[in-house]
Design a protein around this ligand. Structure first.
Ligand code: UDP
Ligand code: MG
Length: 241
């Protein structure tokens, strides 16, 4: 794809009221110097704080902002998928709302994507998380790579760039956001990794703990392995119309 394709930045939001204004400012600072059209699609996943009010205000003040709000909490994967569906542009960038990902990394991620990849993923080389979360993530990545026969350094990094046409064809299930590289590769996507910045959560609280993540992740991992083993491709040799 030539590097003039417009970009939709998709962000899941659950109780992030204090992070949203700064998040948008940092994204705008990163995107405005680039010579391409962009939008942000913020998906409120049934927040219980004032996130939706903040989204309304941001959308009223900035033409680049689009938002949608779920009727109830459906989880991060559902929020991402709703954003993929709503995205107006062929290239989708994803990141978290809590400012742990650094929007200043987006231009370099796009530049790598523009070299001809279908997906670029961030690798949080210096994690700014608790010790237990860092260990949990290390073990998680190792087990996942083993079972899916892969070598992705950091699937948990939300900062990614992907082709929207591929994203909307992925199998959808709770927790699928942790397996996006594998699911994209099953569709033939070429994937590149790149070190990115990682910061402490700006405001608010984390939504996951190691134990829940491990239990849910392991269950999903067996599902993904099953999907891999049962995957098929086909080639059409001839058709009339
Ligand atoms: N999130 C969401 N729905 C949920 C849980 C989380 O949309 O049910 C969003 C959250 O607002 C954030 C991202 O998913 O933008 C990652 O969540 P969090 O920062 O809590 O995860 P952590 O970085 O602690 O692993
Ligand atoms: Mg976070």
């Amino acid at each position: 794809m030539p590097n003039t394709h417009p970009v939709s930045i998709v962000i899941p939001v659950y109780n992030e009221e204090e992070n949203l204004p700064r998040l948008f400012d940092e994204i705008a600072q990163a995107m405005r110097p680039l010579n391409r059209t962009w939008e942000v699609v913020l998906v409120d996943d049934g927040s219980r704080d004032k996130s939706v009010l903040v989204l309304r205000a941001l959308a009223a003040a900035n033409p680049e902002v689009r938002y949608l709000a779920f009727a109830a909490n459906r989880g991060q994967s559902a929020a991402f998928c709703a954003g993929f569906d709503a995205a107006a542009h062929p290239i989708v960038v994803t990141l978290d709302a809590d400012l742990q990902n650094d929007p200043a990394d987006i231009p370099a991620m796009l530049a790598l994507f523009d070299q001809g990849y279908d997906m670029t993923i961030g690798w949080r080389k210096k994690r700014q998380d608790t010790w237990s979360k860092r260990i949990g993530s290390k073990i998680g990545n190792a087990v996942r790579n083993r079972l899916t026969r892969e070598s992705v350094r950091d699937t948990g990094c939300s900062l990614k760039v992907m082709r929207r046409d591929m994203l909307v064809r992925l199998p959808r299930f709770k927790g699928m956001h942790r397996f996006l590289p594998t699911l994209m590769k099953m569709q033939g996507a070429t994937v590149a990794e790149m070190p990115v910045n990682h910061r402490e959560r700006y405001k608010g609280v984390s939504n996951y703990n190691n134990w829940e993540r491990a239990v849910a992740g392991l269950r999903d991992l067996f599902g993904v392995r099953w999907l891999q083993d049962r995957h098929f491709d086909y080639e059409v040799r001839e058709k009339n119309r």
